[in-house]
Design a protein around this ligand. Structure first.
Ligand code: GDP
Ligand code: MG
Length: 449
């Protein structure tokens, strides 16, 4: 799921990062692209409007943090608002003070209710609970059998009464009390579309067992249409949350991104496959990271904010402005990168870094070698590498435990980087320096590998 949306965000952010300071027009351009990307992902129109409006307001009123580039700040805002749209916090389930905690599952046919009932039972069991599964879908004879099998696979108890769905649910509750089960999960019948009988039946079950939690199971593949279903169910049942299934499919993401805002109820759990353990509590923050395809970008930004030495950054900036960026600056910037943790890890976390580079072998050992080579140079050589002739190269290689080829490679890389940075010179005029803040916060992004 979310593959095409992720790809779109990746494109948008890559473009964003190639710009320096962002004006209102830039922000509007980005927002337009985000709007299109969300609509293509089948996100509800109202939700798209709310989302882009919030991002816009925050971008315009942004208090430009010194240690983040404008692009990083926009990404941070988009990420935070995405988490918000997805429900903010992870779902927290409170157990009833008087067991059992009663859970009612409702939804359309084929949404994944029965499968989910089994998964939920296993999940509770893994939390150290002792659940009872109740098969109250008597519309299809096979449904009860399906749940009985799932209960067996999960190793939990099962109850059903062939007479009547409401009686089954009620009987299940009494049975759970009798035999000391602490969680009751009731699977119900679904129809192909919402109809009066269906609603009436779940409503009666609900009245009879007074569930602590009523979850609507919805199929992510159906997109935002399933969110409309949720709205209808909510009117009758007073939902506590949604369980989103089939996230392993190629759903575009519309349902996940729309449901909280439209129904006002969070996604509690997600199902990501047919296997019984392909199921978990929903974490909005992790989902947002996944959508933005940026690994753990906020961790990176926070790490960068914490450990990047602003003075060194400023000095690097100054060198850039004057169009001189020496090997000494190069080394200093690299030492800063090292402070951030392993380079491989950082590249993995950086949004927009091409996959080839992310997986490229530039490990900390290599970084140490580069460091050793530069440290083996005289200060004069560091400032002006053009004086490094054959015999100097040999001396540097010997001094740093490397060979002349490695010294050559470093010098070549440095030259290219210097050229690249010179090209960026006009972007770093002193006036914009303050606003642009930590433009050089993440020099690793520019390391040639
Ligand atoms: N790929 C995938 N299939 C699922 C998932 N959840 C349910 N299914 C499948 O969806 C179909 C309908 O599920 P079922 O539980 O019978 O739906 P119900 O009619 O709502 O009870 C079954 O073939 C399930 O195996 C999921 O998370 N991923
Ligand atoms: Mg079923």
């Amino acid at each position: 799921m979310f593959d095409s949306l992720s790809a779109r965000f990746d494109q948008i952010f890559t473009k964003l990062k190639s710009r320096g300071r962002l004006g209102e027009k830039d922000v509007n351009d980005i927002l337009r692209e985000i709007r299109v990307a969300l609509l293509e992902a089948d996100v509800n129109l109202d939700v798209v409007k709310i989302f882009t409006e919030r991002v816009k307001n925050r971008c315009i009123g942004a208090d430009l943090s010194k240690s983040l580039s404008p692009a990083q700040q926009v990404i941070k805002i988009v990420n935070e608002e995405l988490v918000e749209i997805l429900g903010g916090q992870s779902f927290k389930l409170n157990y009833a003070s008087k067991p059992p905690t009663v859970i009612l599952l409702a939804g359309l046919q084929g949404a994944g209710k029965t499968t989910t009932a089994g998964k939920l039972a296993l999940w509770f069991k893994q939390q150290g609970r002792n659940p009872l599964l109740v098969g109250a879908d008597l519309a299809r004879p096979a449904a009860v059998e399906q749940l009985r099998i799932l209960a067996g696979q999960a190793g939990v108890s099962f109850y059903s009464d062939p007479q009547d769905p409401v009686q089954t649910a009620r009987g299940g509750l009494e049975y759970a009390r009798d035999i000391g089960k602490d969680v009751l999960i009731v699977d119900t019948a679904g129809r192909l579309s919402i109809d009066y009988d269906l609603m009436e039946q779940v409503r009666q079950i609900s009245t009879s067992i007074e569930p602590d939690y009523t979850f609507l199971v919805i199929d992510a593949m159906i997109g935002q249409e399933s969110v409309e279903t949720a709205r209808a169910f909510h009117e009758t049942l007073k939902l506590d949350g949604v369980i989103l299934t089939k996230l392993d499919g190629d759903a575009r993401g519309g349902a996940a991104l729309s449901v909280k805002e439209v129904v006002g109820k969070p996604i509690a759990f997600v199902s990501t496959g047919e296997k019984q353990d392909a199921f978990d509590i929903f974490h909005p923050d992790r989902m947002a990271d996944r959508i933005l395809g940026m690994g753990d970008v906020l961790t990176l930004i926070e790490q960068a904010e914490r450990s990047y030495d602003q003075d060194v950054a400023a000095k690097g900036m100054a060198s850039l402005q004057e169009g001189r960026f020496t090997l000494e600056d190069f080394l200093e910037q690299m030492q800063q990168v090292k402070k951030l943790g392993s380079l491989q890890g950082i590249l993995g976390m950086l949004p927009g870094v091409p996959k080839e580079i992310r997986s490229a072998k530039l490990d900390d050992k290599e970084l140490s070698r580069v460091e050793a080579i530069i440290q083996s140079m005289t200060p004069q050589e560091r400032r002006d590498p053009t004086i490094i002739n054959g015999s100097r190269k040999l001396r540097i290689a010997n001094g740093s435990g490397s060979n002349t080829t490695q010294v050559n490679t470093l010098l070549k890389q440095f030259k290219e980087m210097q050229k690249m940075m010179k090209g960026m010179g006009p972007l770093t005029k002193s006036k914009s320096k303050k606003k642009r803040g930590g433009r050089v916060t993440l020099p690793s992004g520019r390391l040639k590998v």
